[in-house]
Design a protein around this ligand. Structure first.
Ligand code: GTR
Length: 326
């Protein structure tokens, strides 16, 4: 089901769940990455497992490569129930579920381990609750490493090097503020448009983790990757709340277990892929550099935090909870 023509994908776009001949319910799933990407592989493993444990009552399918639309559009489609399930990054989710913006604050997590501890415990539950209220049920959390800046012009060593450069960011005003504070110019843009925009000079750079930088082929046109690790954003394996409500209690337990297993697999594949992607981009001539003073990037974020807390005083505790996580 993962290989599908654009025409076929579009023609089924409006159908969330389709009752099959034997009464099986098809769950159409949105995936932004290619078939061999850790997230997509883990989604397919989830799909296979769910079909097995529900004895075909639920048969999730995976539409890879963002063929069913951009991430902001897909989020809306899952909310409305037009799509049954997806793997979403929490970045573009902030515009819809304000609490998830906390996960888009630059340097909110010390490292990926801390992110896992937080998301797998009580903190993660708070985000799940906020998502459920917006019509999206997070069944488990995937890894997305940490994001750094890359560009077509030169290595970035300090924020001053970003002066005057135009960077694509995901759809969230916090990222615009982040790039502003670093001295660059931000352009929110869909993931699928970045390659061409880098190639034609519409933008000078973007930011992402190694696997996305590599699998999207952005490294072919933006040859400088500077390690800032400014964002560590978890991703969910999510189901439309309206679809989830229709599942029996027994199947819910089995599907939730399959989602936890899928997340374990994703994290393992992720760890492997990060190294593979880094080697691949380096071998192709990409210059990867450490920045001179990582703290200079972090301290520039003061106004972003101040503005955020002033506008969202109710989220200050959640920020504190994350910062207090081991
Ligand atoms: C990737 C993430 C995608 C998408 C993309 C982007 O790392 O897995 O869901 O958010 O980044 O930059 O748009």
């Amino acid at each position: 089901m993962m290989k599908i023509s654009k025409f076929a994908a579009v023609s089924v776009l409006a159908l969330t769940t389709v009752a099959g001949a034997a009464g099986a319910e098809e769950w159409r799933g949105w995936a932004i990455h290619p078939e061999d990407y850790p997230n997509t592989v883990a989604m397919q493993a989830f799909a296979d497992k769910v079909a097995e444990v529900t004895e075909g009552r639920v048969t999730p399918t995976v539409y890879a490569n963002g063929i069913l639309g951009s991430q902001p559009d897909a989020i809306e489609q899952v909310r409305s129930g037009a799509l049954a399930w997806a793997n979403f990054n929490m970045g573009p989710m902030g515009e819809i579920v304000p609490a998830t913006n906390v996960l888009s604050l630059p340097f909110i997590f010390r490292d990926v381990d801390q992110m896992h501890h937080a998301m797998d415990g009580a903190v993660g539950q708070q985000f799940s609750d906020a998502l459920t209220e917006a019509g999206i049920v997070a069944l488990s959390w995937y890894d997305s490493g940490s994001r750094s800046f890359y560009n077509t012009k030169k290595p970035i060593h300090s924020p001053a090097d970003m002066e005057g450069m135009k960077f694509r960011v995901m759809n969230n005003d916090l990222y615009v503020q982040m790039v502003d504070q670093l001295g660059g110019n931000a352009t929110p843009m869909a993931y699928g448009e970045v390659y061409q925009s880098l190639q034609t000079g519409v933008i000078d750079g973007a930011e992402n983790n190694y696997p996305s930088y590599e699998s999207s082929n952005h490294y072919e046109v933006a040859k400088y990757y500077s390690i800032t690790n400014h964002l560590i954003i978890p991703e969910c394996l999510c189901v439309a709340a309206s679809v989830w409500e229709g599942v029996s209690d027994e199947d819910k337990v089995a599907i939730k277990a399959a989602a936890m297993e899928s997340a374990q697999l994703q994290r393992q594949l992720w760890a492997e892929r990060e190294g593979v992607s880094l080697e691949k981009v380096k071998a192709s001539g990409v210059e990867v550099n450490n920045v001179d003073d990582p703290a200079a990037f972090q301290s520039a974020m003061g106004p972003v935090y101040d503005g955020f807390i002033a506008a969202n005083p109710d989220l200050a505790q959640l920020i504190a909870d994350i910062q207090a996580t081991e």
